[in-house]
Each structure stands twice: as structure tokens, then as C-alpha cells.
Design a binder for this molecule. Structure first.
Ligand code: PMV
Length: 324
């Protein structure tokens, strides 16, 4: 029995679109920052069930469609490790599940690590990352702490993410503003497929992401806060513009999402370095320097649309916390 913790990550250059749906090979490269306070803790036990795998999230059995996806993932773990047994998987999230807060990223990263350990075949981070990618593209990045890059492509031979810089490289604050704690209505997997098929902007998105990734890598390595923040905001808005341009158009935002974006612009006009980014959900993450986090938090908490605010620092790599 093994327990692992993996942290969620926020993409500074977004992954949206697949080169291969079977293996989650991304159509575009992405670069992310792992977050300290959003994590999944997962225990895998191959000595429990006799007849079928069992999956629990926050002490509840998971829904059938999620169970099928998880079983497929565990089948891959069985194939790679040679273990023939069924398993029980118990996960706890430190944050609302499937509300656009990267629960699949931390979830599949923790599961990949705990399951391979429990099956007696621990893997090095790069291999673990390519396994996690089969569960969810963004999970490949959550194996690493700090800043991670997942290259485009990779086809059948899933390539994993690599670490660009560790969590201590650049102290930053990320304020996670919750505007709605309910699960999102359309998964990123389905939305990506619709976008690829129906947005007239899709090829422009793919083409422009090559330069975004290069510029972001340079901005991070130079610790250039304004270059990083401005490009993170651009990548998020470009992704949402793309998502809105599908048929039917998809809108993940709510009035609270827009209120936070506008407050961030006002903060900048007032001389406070703050930039927003948004994944496939209504929550907004605001990036700032650590010494500005209290003033940013105060301004965001004053908005009536904000339900909750979590202040994160760069988070650590996925790690084992218990083994018996
Ligand atoms: O890997 P998925 O299916 O959770 O998709 C992630 C998509 C975004 O969160 C919107 C962007 C990203 O790069 O994390």
C-alpha cells in the first residue's frame, strides 16, 4: 500500500488541443507552475479487492464514467508493472473537484506515482510524467515541482514533461479566487475536441503557441515578472477566445470571473504588479510578487463574487508520503 501527494499546476502557457486523443499527446507545448496549497493525496492498495478495482474520491465511490477512465489507467499500470491484481484507490482533494482547478492534473500525477510504487515498479520522474499524461495531459506537469514544460506531440510513445526550474527558483504568489465551487458542465477533454473541430481560430492557436512557449521559458529563466505575467494573461485570453469561437460557443466564465479580471487590471493601473490566468472553469488565479500578495488579497476579497481565496507559493514535486 502506497500513499503519494501531487500538487495541481497552473499553466502559464496553456495546453489546449490534442495531437492524439488516445495518448493525450498535446497539439501545443505548455509551461506551468505547480501550486503549494492545491493537492491530491492518493493511496493505492493492490492487496484489497478480489473482483474489480474500487475508486473513492473524498470518501465517495466515483461515478461510472470516471471509473472507466481510471480502470483504463490502472490497466496500463498493470501492463507496465506486471502485477495481476485488482486495487483499491482512495483520493482526497484539498480543493473543489472538477471546477477548473486542475483536479485531474494532481489526481493522475498522484495516482501514477502511488500505483507504480504499490505495484513494486517505481519510475523516475520523466517516465512517471509520461504515464501520468495518459490520464490527463496537464497531469504530466504535476509530477514536477516549480516550473514544468510539456512539449507538443509525442504520439504513441508518450513523452513526459520536464522541469524547467524548481520551486525555490523564483518566489511568486498565486492567489486562487473561487467564484463557483460546483463542478464544471463540460470537461476539458470534450471541449478540446469541439474546439479542434469547430473553431476557425484553431490553427492560429497552434501556430502562435510555438513562440509563446519560447518566450515564456525565457521569461521564467530570467525571472522577468512583467514579461511572464503579460504572456500568461495573453495565453489565457487567447485560449478562452478560441473556446468561445467554437460552435456552439463555450463559455467557462461567470460574472465573478470577469469581476476578478477587471480588478486585476485596476490593480495594475494603480502600480501593483498582478496578472490573471484562467483554466477551463470560472476560477481566476492571480500572479503577483510575494510582497504584493496582501494588498491583492484584500482587493479580491472585497469583491462580493469571491467565495474563497487561497494563496499559494510554488509547490513541490509529487512525492511518496507513506509506504507499508
Ligand atoms: O489535461 P486536462 O484535460 O486537464 O486539460 C488542461 C487544460 C487547461 O487546464 C485549460 C490548460 C492547461 O494547460 O492546464
Amino acid at each position: 500500500m502506497t500513499t503519494a501527494i501531487a500538487h495541481a499546476n497552473i499553466a502559464l502557457v496553456k495546453y489546449w488541443g490534442k495531437a492524439d486523443t488516445q495518448t493525450n499527446a498535446p497539439a501545443v507545448g505548455s509551461l506551468s507552475l505547480t501550486l503549494s496549497k492545491l493537492w491530491t493525496r492518493t493511496t493505492v492498495n493492490f492487496r484489497g479487492p478480489q473482483k474489480a478495482d474500487r475508486f473513492y474520491l473524498n470518501d465517495r465511490q466515483v461515478a461510472p464514467h470516471e471509473r472507466d477512465r481510471l480502470t483504463q489507467f490502472i490497466d496500463e499500470v498493470r501492463r507496465r508493472s506486471g502485477i495481476g491484481r485488482f486495487c483499491e484507490v482512495r483520493s482526497i482533494n484539498s480543493f473543489p473537484t472538477a471546477a477548473g482547478l486542475a483536479s485531474s492534473a494532481s489526481g493522475y500525477a498522484a495516482l501514477a506515482m502511488a500505483a507504480m510504487h504499490a505495484a513494486g515498479k517505481p519510475l523516475p520522474p520523466e517516465k512517471l510524467s509520461s504515464l501520468a499524461r495518459l490520464g490527463s495531459g496537464s497531469a504530466a506537469r504535476s509530477i514536477h515541482g516549480g516550473f514544468a514544460e510539456l512539449p507538443a506531440g509525442g504520439g504513441g510513445q508518450a513523452s513526459g514533461a520536464i522541469q524547467i526550474a524548481d520551486k525555490d527558483f523564483w518566489p511568486l504568489a498565486v492567489l486562487v479566487a473561487i467564484t463557483d465551487g460546483n463542478p464544471k458542465k463540460i470537461s476539458s477533454r470534450d471541449a478540446m475536441e469541439i474546439t479542434q473541430r469547430h473553431s476557425p481560430y484553431y490553427s492560429a492557436w497552434v501556430d502562435s503557441s510555438v513562440q509563446d512557449l519560447e518566450f515564456m521559458r525565457a521569461a521564467v529563466l530570467q525571472r522577468d515578472f512583467d514579461a511572464m505575467g503579460a504572456l500568461a494573461e495573453h495565453s489565457a485570453l487567447k485560449m478562452h477566445g478560441l473556446i468561445m469561437s467554437t460552435r456552439p460557443g463555450l463559455i467557462y466564465w461567470n460574472p465573478g470571473t470577469v469581476a476578478v479580471m477587471q480588478e486585476v487590471l485596476k490593480l495594475r493601473q494603480g502600480g501593483v504588479g498582478a496578472y490573471f490566468t484562467i483554466d477551463a472553469g470560472p476560477q481566476v488565479k492571480v500572479l503577483c510578487r510575494p510582497h504584493d500578495r496582501s494588498v491583492v488579497a484584500e482587493r479580491l476579497l472585497a469583491l462580493p463574487e469571491i467565495h474563497d481565496l487561497t494563496i499559494c507559493a510554488p509547490g513541490p514535486s509529487a512525492h511518496i508520503v507513506e509506504e507499508t
